[in-house]
Design a protein around this ligand. Sequence first.
Ligand SMILES: O=C(O)c1cc(=O)[nH]c(=O)n1[C@@H]1O[C@H](COP(=O)(O)O)[C@@H](O)[C@H]1O
Length: 303
Amino acid sequence: MSKSFATRMAEAVQKTKSVTCVGLDPRKAQLPAPIRDNVAADAPPDAWAAAYTQFCCEIVDVVRDLVPCVKPQAAFFEQLGPAGTVALGEVIRYASDAGLIVITDGKRNDIGSTATAYADAYLGTASPWGSDSLTVSPYLGEDSLEPFVEVCDQRDAGIFVLVKTSNPGGGLLQNRETDGQTVYARVAELVQHFNATRLDSFGYGPVGAVVGATYPEQLAEMRAAMPGSWILVPGFGAQGGGAADVMAGFDAKGLGAIVNNSRHIIFAHSRPEFADRLGDARWQDAVRAATVEMNEQLAVVKD
Ligand SMILES: O=C(O)c1cc(=O)[nH]c(=O)n1[C@@H]1O[C@H](COP(=O)(O)O)[C@@H](O)[C@H]1O
């Protein structure tokens, strides 16, 4: 890798004219019939892992010319044990070889010395799970994030720090005020601090932030608080976020935010608007149609 993560992201968004991130969150029960029916319900984990790999790689084939990035969610693979983690590595590699930016969603972190091991496992090219970027928890503080930032510097990788999550319960801790400032705003300050000396020609650094589409007001607040940060915006689609809710995330050129959609894209074959017309048999066409639809709803990228 020679260009920084932030620059690769900006160029990929400009090339595809898309701010959509397709979330790869495979679930046994929701796989389309042509894949699910090949695996017995009580089949061993390696059979399901193979199904997950096939499903996710076919999605990559369908969306690779439409979007800048994909986000495999590690939990669904880890659920299958060792075979699942091998499948996760296969999916990461396949998406990367297809030219997509890969954000592995692991929400990892630990004390600094252990954080270094997580960074080594997930960022850059050194391990089977080497990705362009990883989601990271800020809960252990600044010294737990520093090892990730160091690896980002060494390997032109990126991280997305959880700032204001999309779930209803996130506010319990994130909205707490100390010294007249919310916890999420304090985390945003830290993110901005890390990026301040690392900005690329687009004005962005390697330390991204997660802000849910379910909190549009806070998204606007966070865009202003972290001008140097790419924002990963989950919660679009199945969690209720819509186009109007995410508009505050973008800069004047339509850069600076990517919007994740997992279930409403990858399982689009079962959404009412696609089920009759396409359904399980044409699930790949449903994935493509849902991705095109989302791109059209979020056509913010300027020439
Ligand atoms: O880090 C994330 O991606 C994330 C953060 C957050 O605050 N909320 C959130 O939903 N996510 C992830 O984004 C995806 C959302 O999936 P859908 O609701 O199916 O689009 C899941 O993989 C979640 O784990």
